[in-house]
Design a protein around this ligand. Structure first.
Ligand code: SAM
Length: 285
């Protein structure tokens, strides 16, 4: 009946559906983007609370079913269904996003939303439990990882409810959780490629000291290449001899972080570290 490849697990518990919609704190003037509406169990509850819903559904059969469900009701005019893949879709304007979609696309979905402009107000998203816990993890938590820091750079994320498998039909293999993600507006003035480049280094071994992580040969080679490119494109003389290791360790010592570990550091620490590296013309992309 349902298409497993499209992760079609329909939310059958109306209390959970209502909980999700309530936690979106919708306003009557809102345009809501719903990703993967399926048969519309969330959609009909969203329609009650807002001005307009744009629902992106990949399966034409389910899109038709949803169309039929609202047909002849006052909500029909408020619903626009886009048939297609959310990942490829050009997104319309929206204030709030609500999504219960297959868990394989979680990470790409989050970053696609965070890159969207203008910045939306809020989103309520269902994910596999562990993915949700990684999104909200704080320094010191065992699940704190590159995903946590990258998403939390751009948004406030909060765990709002656990949802057991039996609330879905057919039940998925894994437990789920709902999170609310509110983008920071305006977005922080950070070059994300630089930031992520630094995070890739720090989180390879998040419990090692920064000093140790920055002694890895592949890391040093990458930083040296970037440094040489930077100097060449900015009309700067290269030091002769160039001791990249000493330069990098010098920055870590200067900001007092040589013995710190990524697992226990927060956004402000990383921002300070990135700024200190950039000041010495050391770049991560
Ligand atoms: N939201 C509904 C609910 O809560 O009952 C359905 C949830 S079901 C887990 C996921 C839905 O997303 C399915 O209707 C599926 O066809 C749709 N879907 C899967 N991949 C998609 C994609 N890339 N773009 C848009 N919709 C997608």
């Amino acid at each position: 009946l349902f298409n497993k490849d499209l992760g079609q697990h329909i939310l059958k518990n109306p209390l959970v559906a209502q909980g999700i919609v309530d936690k979106a704190y919708l306003r009557p003037t809102d345009t809501v983007l719903e990703i993967g509406p399926g048969t519309g169990n969330l959609t009909v509850k969203i329609l009650e609370k807002c001005k307009k819903v744009v629902a992106v559904e990949m399966d034409p059969r389910l899109a038709a079913e949803l169309q039929k469900r609202v047909h002849g009701t006052p909500d029909q005019k408020k619903l626009e269904i886009m048939i297609g893949d959310f990942m490829k879709a050009k997104l319309p304007y929206f204030d709030v996003c609500i999504s219960n979609t297959p868990y394989q696309i979680s990470s790409v979905l989050v970053f696609k939303l965070l890159e969207h402009r203008p910045v939306f107000r809020s989103s309520v998203l269902m994910f596999q439990r562990e993915f949700a816990l990684r999104l909200v993890a704080k320094p010191g938590d065992s699940l704190y990882c590159r995903l946590s820091v990258n998403v939390q750079l751009f948004a406030k994320v909060e765990h709002i409810m656990k949802v057991g498998k039996n609330n879905f039909r057919p039940p998925p293999q894994v437990e789920s959780s709902v999170v609310r993600m509110e983008p920071r507006n305006p977005p922080p003035p950070v070059d994300f490629k630089e930031w992520d480049g630094l995070m890739r280094i720090l989180f390879v071994r998040k419990n090692k000291t920064l000093s140790a992580n920055f002694k890895t040969e592949s890391v040093m080679e990458m930083l040296e290449t970037n440094y040489k490119t930077y100097c060449a494109t900015h009309d700067m003389m290269l030091e002769d001899p160039l001791d990249m290791k000493a330069k990098v360790q010098g920055v870590l010592t200067k900001v007092g972080m040589a013995e710190e570990r990524a697992a226990k550091m927060d956004q402000d620490d990383y921002l300070k570290l990135l700024a200190a590296f950039n000041e010495e013309c050391i770049h991560f992309c």
